[in-house]
Ligand binder design. Structure first.
Ligand SMILES: Nc1ncnc2c1ncn2[C@@H]1O[C@H](COP(=O)(O)OP(=O)(O)OP(=O)(O)O)[C@@H](O)[C@H]1O
Length: 295
């Protein structure tokens, strides 16, 4: 069952499109990574999912429900840095959140447990590390027992230990049956925790699929010929080519399959006899950097 569907979702600020014709499908049970460099439109997209930002065009469907307001009750989210009362304890802060959200106080103990805050909940929030504050924020988002948990850059500013904790917690939530939508500009984070990913660049989804699919089905052929321009043009006409670019006098052709001899044959038929042909299986990291041009 699709938990999130966006159809041509677009948000323009004045004339600039922060989110540009985004089609996303997130299925129940997935840990979905929304990966993109800073400013690529992640927060804006999440804002639209949550109903905080009004789309310029396009549509959003949550839980396949005809009533988006109703469906949003099944969503828990953290956006940006958590805001808590520093001179109250973690528990007291959660109590306030529970009251605002009209949740039973019995939920508080549950979320403290799930977020690994047991034993620390009666400490003042001002004594909490950033990682603990972040876990408290997620705990607060879990009070309503949401089916979909949206986390916007949950590990921002955390040290490696804090990042690891959030990763573990994310996995625990998913194994408990929740669907997770997690934005990040850190590929390693997404790679380690997510089952699916969409790669965003300047508001556009460049690629979307399961991590396994993206890792295994992405072949790039590096090809060389004295006439680079002609080679580029010819390779672009090959029906298995997804995209072709020139780098250091090589044409890098992203292929739907890894069949280099078929490519070679195609080029030979066109009268192009190449001086170099090799394949590279591109990992998600290279793919991400190639697509987004980010460091
Ligand atoms: N209220 C706004 N008015 C004008 N431009 C905006 C507004 N909000 C966001 N933008 C622009 O939209 C683009 C996408 O921003 P967004 O915050 O969604 O990106 P992001 O991927 O979440 O990045 P970051 O991780 O840095 O928050 C950016 O260029 C940003 O400057």
């Amino acid at each position: 069952m699709p938990v999130i569907e966006t159809i041509g979702l677009t948000k323009a600020f004045k004339t600039r499109k922060a989110v540009d014709n985004v089609h996303l499908t997130v299925e129940s049970g997935q840990i979905f990574g929304f990966l993109g460099p800073n400013g690529s439109g992640k927060t804006t997209t999440i804002g639209m999912l949550l109903g905080i930002i009004h789309p310029t065009s396009g549509a959003i469907k949550l839980f396949n429900s005809p009533d988006i307001h109703q469906a949003r009750r099944r969503v828990g989210a953290i956006l940006e840095s958590p805001n808590f009362y520093p001179y109250l304890t973690g528990y007291e802060n959660l109590k306030i959140s529970a009251k605002i959200k009209r949740c039973p106080t019995s939920q508080i103990d549950k979320v403290i447990q799930v977020m690994g805050l047991k034993g620390r909940e009666h400490g003042l929030v001002r004594t909490f590390s950033l990682g603990m504050k972040q876990r408290l924020a997620i705990a607060s988002a879990l009070l309503t027992n949401p089916d979909l948990v949206i986390l916007d850059e949950p590990t921002n500013g955390l040290d490696p230990e804090g990042i690891k904790e959030i990763r573990e917690v994310t996995k625990t939530l998913a194994s408990g049956g929740k669907t997770i939508f997690l934005s990040s500009h850190l590929l390693s984070e997404v790679e380690q925790v997510c089952t699916h990913v969409a790669i965003l660049k300047q508001g556009k989804v460049m690629r979307q699929g399961s991590i396994v699919e993206l890792l295994s089905k992405h072949f790039v052929a590096a090809v060389k010929h004295e006439n680079t321009a002609l080679l580029l043009q010819t390779i672009s006409e090959y029906d298995k080519t997804v995209r072709a670019t020139v780098k250091d006098n090589f044409v890098h052709a992203e292929l739907l399959d890894g069949n280099l001899s078929a490519l070679n044959e195609f080029l030979a038929q066109k009268g192009l006899f190449v001086s170099h042909l090799s394949d590279r299986r591109v990992n998600l990291e290279e793919s991400f950097f190639e697509l987004t041009g980010s460091e």
